[in-house]
Write a protein that binds this ligand. Structure first.
Ligand code: SF4
Length: 382
């Protein structure tokens, strides 16, 4: 029931925010029923509105994908030049108290669970550091019991010894907890809403804190209020109508950017992948053409945002994506627990990856393609 996913748990902070209402209003006006002329008109505008964004996501825009890619590439170069930012995720725990039916870490799945201790985390960090990376994204499953905020804070503090840029992708927190993690060294916070459609959200998230839709949706705003430098967003494409979820994600970023213009914004475009628990067919499948279309639409509509392309995608697709629209690429990826240092990983992977190239391989490939790999361009002063 929808009412159930709206009801905050007692430990969840409620902030006064108009963002969800604005997203819903934008969705209510959405019209993807466009013509080829509407797409061309949108492509010829300097600054696009939400209706133009819908045109870029519409079916006729697929036939104009070359034009979309050309405009996206132009915008990408204007704001980011040839730079491609590198990072890698580090999974430190895969315990989870939520039941997202599409995820391998789901609490009902009988997978190998593990949580790294601080010694193991440091060994993983040292191993990853050898690749030359300077940015790391620390991930956990969503379990406050198994990986509490202090545990994550200490992991972040360790990471700061070796890396210049630290992101976290963990369970949503209250403002004071984001503030604490920011003090420990967190630069940016990633939270995927998965889907913005409440009916679908209710059906896909059966148990746990994640079931509470508005608490998740306001995570980025609480993180901003907690002082972090950047926030990242994503809808899991395939859970619901991808056009509507893409529009909702774009409007989420757009309205927060208007409200907090000093913050760095990023978007990811994850597609559903098979997991150890569920290999079933995805009825809302987003193919590579649609994925590229979505990426181009984001880039043209919000040319200044960062965009990450993950190892869920093939190597060739990723090589092309960073030349056209994406600005960040993960490399040397393992989604298992302890896999960087141990032959026998401690815990199972969250999803299967499609690009297992090392940092060095991706670095050299992108250089050969005329791109500029960047490990870090952020300098702390004082
Ligand atoms: S998607 Fe995240 S919260 Fe949901 S089961 Fe997987 S790890 Fe847990």
């Amino acid at each position: 029931m929808i009412e159930e996913i709206e009801k905050y748990f007692p430990d969840m902070e409620i902030i006064s925010s108009d963002i969800e209402e604005k997203i819903q209003k934008t969705l209510a006006k959405a019209d993807f029923n466009k013509t080829k002329d509407d797409v061309i008109k949108a492509l010829n505008k300097e600054v696009l509105d939400f209706d133009d964004f819908c045109a870029l996501l519409s079916s006729p825009a697929k036939d104009l994908i070359e034009e979309l890619a050309k405009r996206a590439k132009k915008e990408r170069e204007k704001y980011f030049g040839k730079n491609v930012y590198f990072f890698t995720p580090l999974y430190i725990s895969n315990y989870c108290e939520n039941q997202c039916i599409y995820c391998g870490f789901n609490c009902k799945n009988n997978i190998k669970r593990a949580k790294l201790n601080f010694d193991e985390i440091e060994k993983e960090l040292i191993e990853i550091k050898k690749s030359g990376l300077e940015e790391i994204l620390i991930l956990t499953g969503e379990s406050r019991v198994k990986s509490n905020v202090e545990y994550i804070g200490q992991a972040v503090q360790l990471a700061k010894k070796y890396f210049k840029n630290i992101g976290i992708e963990i369970y949503p927190l209250n403002t004071d907890e984001y503030s604490y993690l920011h003090k420990m060294g967190v630069d940016y916070v990633t939270v995927f809403q998965e889907t913005y459609d409440k009916v679908t959200y209710e059906k896909k998230h059966l148990k746990g804190h994640k079931r509470i839709y508005p608490y998740r949706l306001n995570s980025q705003e609480r993180a901003i209020l907690g002082g972090v430098r950047g926030v990242a967003f994503g809808a899991l494409l395939g859970l619901f109508d991808y056009k509507k979820d893409t529009l909702a994600t774009a409007s989420h970023i757009y309205y927060l950017q208007k409200k907090y213009p000093h913050v760095e914004f990023s978007v990811s475009i994850p597609r559903l992948r098979p997991t150890v628990a569920d290999n079933s067919i995805n009825p809302n499948e987003v193919k590579e053409l649609e994925l590229l279309q979505i990426m181009c639409a984001y880039r043209i509509f919000m040319p200044f945002i960062n965009m990450t392309i993950s190892t869920r995608e093939r190597a060739d697709f990723r090589n092309n994506a960073v030349q056209i629209a994406a600005t960040k690429i993960s490399a040397g990826v393992s989604t298992g627990i302890g896999e960087h240092t141990k032959k026998e990983k401690d815990g199972d992977n969250q999803f299967e990856i499609a690009d297992s190239r090392s940092v060095d391989e991706i670095y050299k490939t992108l250089e050969a393609l005329g791109m500029q790999p960047v490990m870090n361009d952020y300098v702390y002063v004082g």
